[in-house]
Design a protein. Structure first.
Length: 48
C-alpha cells in the first residue's frame, strides 16, 4: 500500500462532489502527510 497523496485525493473529491476546498484547509491536511507515512510504515507491517 503506497502512501496516500492527500493533495491528489482532495483534487478527486473536488471533482466528484463539485466543491472547492480552501487552500488553508489543504495546507493543514498536508501537514498530516508525515503522520500518514509513519502509520503506513509502522502499523501495516504489524498486520502482515
Amino acid at each position: 500500500l503506497d502512501s496516500l497523496d492527500i493533495t491528489e485525493l482532495f483534487i478527486e473529491v473536488e471533482k466528484v462532489y463539485n466543491i472547492k476546498i480552501s487552500l488553508e484547509a489543504l495546507e493543514a491536511i498536508r501537514s498530516f502527510q508525515g503522520l500518514n507515512d509513519y502509520l503506513i510504515k509502522t502499523i501495516l507491517p504489524l498486520k502482515k
